[in-house]
Design a protein around this ligand. Structure first.
Ligand code: ADP
Ligand code: ASP
Ligand code: MG
Length: 453
């Protein structure tokens, strides 16, 4: 499939959009209503990935393990039961459920990152069987495709890095021929490495998968269908008065995704920006409400656009009096971190200390930690303090660092809250700070009320 198709849409449906038979039917209607939709990527049914992650950690009690597998079986059986012709796919579904039981037992004996990816991938492998059949029962010529044939990644289990060149080449070879006559249904979130081992792109990674595939097949639009009608000025679950955004630039939306707006995986817009593919975000529950368009150029560039929240932050503070007027200290810190493959997110420095937060995107979830060997190496250089139960609040906007008074508005609003690390000025699009987890939602609500309501 090449640029010759003037309207090629890739659509992605998240977990709540394929949660059960009814949700799948609503999502199938969205696919059926647009003949330009040729590739559909979906997540696991809502809640399934969480359950698989628990199994992958290793549940030793066989009775408890069985109970968890029965819950998973019920979710998928309930959808099978409502199909007109369940027999077309029931064998394949039961085989995957059996495979889950085997892998869960192996995980109880010796859990590993590789096994985790192989196990959690089954959520998407299951949901795609069911969704393809629902589409066929609605008269759509749908074919299920195993994305691992084309979604080539490295072998970093739990946060695998995709290889866009290989993905494009494999997609042109194995996937493009199918797109001419059929609607292809495939898995978000999962991929495979050079040795055909299953990998995952990190929690929420289906958005990123869909963008990578849109890039690989030269799609003209990427649609992200979720449970809210678009991107809002903040998470509508936190602030009831959050406002939908009709149109937002790639750079603002990227900042929102990076700073934790769960609606988009942080890397989603990277392929879209590379290929200049406009992205639509809408609700599969209420497609008639419209949604948000994310594009390169937009009409408005408001000073304040949105507030995002990202929890499970780990802050590391490194203090050394030797740093005072010395050189080479930071270089040494970064060398140690790089040696231990630790990715840094934010950083602030003073004369004698440096504070940084650790990156966290992998499938296992939770707050990231420094491995003991890294703490040991850093401790030879300076004092190391680690703090958790922190959340990052980010205010996203335009020209904030060039606009008088923008910072005081923010800090006046938050007077009564201790703000930890503050990062400001490096990007014209954001101002962010750490707060205690217990205060985070209130901080977001207050900031939103003051600046957007
Ligand atoms: P999906 O399963 O479809 O991928 P997610 O749960 O990952 O859905 O993302 C959708 C959720 O993102 C919404 O239900 C909402 O609570 C949350 N969210 C966070 N920030 C925002 C925002 N700025 N605008 C809209 N939704 C947001
Ligand atoms: N199913 C995966 C998760 O829950 C990927 C996704 O839904 O985007 O994280
Ligand atoms: Mg998501």
């Amino acid at each position: 499939m090449s640029a010759s198709n003037p309207n090629l849409v890739v659509a992605k449906f998240g977990g709540t959009s394929v949660a059960d038979h009814q949700a799948m039917r609503r999502s199938a209607a969205i696919v059926a209503n647009n003949p330009n939709t040729k590739l559909v990527l979906i997540s696991a049914c809502s809640g399934v990935t969480n359950q698989l992650v628990e199994l992958a950690k290793g549940i030793n009690d066989p009775a408890l393990r069985l109970q968890r597998i029965q819950t998973l079986t019920q979710t998928h059986q309930a959808i099978l039961d409502q199909l007109n012709e369940p027999d077309v796919i029931s064998q394949a579904v039961y085989q995957l459920l059996d495979h889950i039981a085997t892998l869960a037992e192996q995980s109880a004996i010796a859990p590993s990152a590789a096994l985790t990816d192989e196990l959690v991938a089954n959520g998407e492998l299951l949901s795609t069987h069911l969704f393809s059949q629902i589409l066929r029962e609605q008269g759509i010529d749908a074919v299920r495709f195993d994305i691992r044939q084309v979604m080539r990644t490295d072998s970093r289990y739990g946060k695998a890095v995709p290889n866009p060149t290989a993905i494009r080449q494999l997609s042109q070879q194995h996937l493009a021929p199918l797109l001419t006559n059929q609607v292809v249904i495939s898995q978000g979130f999962i991929g495979s490495d050079e040795d055909n081992h299953t990998t995952t792109l990190g929690r929420g990674g289906s958005d990123y998968s869909a963008a990578l595939m849109a890039e690989a097949i030269n799609a003209t639009t990427l649609e992200i269908w979720t449970d809210v009608p678009g991107m809002y000025t903040t998470d509508p679950r936190i602030a009831a008065n959050a406002q939908p955004i009709k149109e937002i630039s790639f750079s603002e939306a990227s900042e929102m995704a990076n700073f934790g707006a769960k609606i988009l995986h942080p890397s989603t817009l990277v392929p879209a920006i590379r290929q200049q593919i406009p992205v639509f975000v809408g609700s599969s529950k209420a497609p008639e409400l419209g949604g948000t368009w994310i594009r390169q150029h937009v009409q408005d560039a408001p000073l304040f656009r949105a507030v995002a929240l990202r929890c499970n932050q780990t802050m590391v503070t490194l203090t050394s009096l030797n740093m005072f007027h010395a050189y080479g200290f930071l270089a040494e810190v970064f060398r140690i971190l790089a040696e231990h493959k630790i990715s840094i997110d934010l950083i602030t420095t003073s004369e004698v200390s440096v504070s940084l937060t650790l990156d966290q995107t992998d499938t296992a979830g939770g707050a990231p930690t420094l491995p003991p060997s890294a703490i040991e190496a850093l401790s030879e250089l300076c004092r190391v303090e680690i703090e958790q139960e922190l959340c990052l609040v980010a205010l996203i906007g335009n020209q904030m660092s060039q606009t008088q008074g923008s910072v005081s508005q923010v800090f006046n609003t938050l007077e009564q809250h201790p703000l930890r690390m503050v990062c400001y000025g490096a990007s014209p699009h954001n101002l962010c700070f750490l707060v205690d987890q217990s205060r985070a939602k209130n901080v977001v609500k207050q900031l939103h009320q003051q600046l957007f309501e």
